[in-house]
Design a protein around this ligand. Structure first.
Ligand code: CTP
Ligand code: CA
Length: 224
């Protein structure tokens, strides 16, 4: 990439980003998933890549394309696969951003064959998935670690607790209460909270603008 007039401030920085939903298998043809489109994570990836960062985008199933010379896309389905890809790439990353909507639970005993509708009632036993973001926080050295939080009540309080629990440098709190925010929407109403618990509410913005704000925070951190 050309660095005319210093337009590549993130050149040489490796940024790991998770994006999209995860699919947790019930049987070979069914899964537990969610409505995440992956747009937030992909927008962050493109913004970082355009500023010269080397992006590793670990993506759950989406229709989006991470096509860019500075983006390597690793496609995964389950939380476990996303975790394994992140574990490999977090070590030498400078920044990690967890924008994925990871399933919190998965079927404990996925069936090897398609489940037949033999019973009037069926029970599905679920177990917790690994918390990918917390696992990165637990082994963090110098990496700048950013998480998202989706809350519907006591938002600030819950988001602050996640900063501490997952050892984050920044959390991007998503408000579902506000018009025009959340899954499948073009805009997000977010609040940034840093590790000193400074609260910065943002205007209602497009996801592209939220991505730029996140990248600007990273640039400030590195003084570039
Ligand atoms: N996250 C993750 N791995 C998980 C669950 C969540 O990496 N198994 C990440 C998300 O990508 C997000 C952050 O953790 O950056 C917060 O996700 P959220 O669902 O808001 O919080 P949880 O920690 O899962 O707690 P809860 O759903 O109970 O509020
Ligand atoms: Ca969750």
């Amino acid at each position: 990439e050309k660095d005319v007039e210093g337009k590549m401030p993130l050149r040489g920085k490796k940024i790991l980003i998770t994006a999209g939903p995860t699919y947790e298998a019930i049987d070979p043809v069914r899964f537990i998933g969610n409505h995440s489109t992956g747009k937030m994570g992909y927008d962050i990836a493109h913004t970082a890549a355009n500023e010269g960062a080397q992006v590793v985008l670990v993506s759950g199933p989406t229709y989006l394309s991470g096509s860019h010379s500075n983006i390597r896309v690793i496609r995964v389905e389950s939380a476990q696969q996303m975790y394994e890809a992140c574990r490999e790439h977090f070590k030498d990353a400078d920044v990690a951003i967890a924008a994925a909507a990871v399933a919190d639970y998965r079927p404990k005993y996925p069936e090897g064959q398609k489940i037949k509708k033999n019973e009037p009632i069926m029970m599905l036993e679920l177990e917790k998935t690994v918390d990918i973001l917390a696992s990165m926080g637990a082994v963090k050295k110098n990496q700048f670690l950013i998480g998202f939080a989706l809350e519907t009540e006591n938002e600030i309080e819950h988001a602050k607790a996640k900063i501490r629990k997952k050892n984050l440098d920044l959390i991007v709190l998503n408000s579902l209460n506000d018009e025009g925010a959340g899954f499948g929407k073009a805009t997000n109403k977010v609040t940034f909270i840093d590790s000193d618990l400074n609260i910065q509410p943002q205007e209602l913005k497009s996801k592209e603008e939220v991505a730029k704000d996140i990248i600007n925070t990273i640039k400030k951190h590195f003084n570039v």
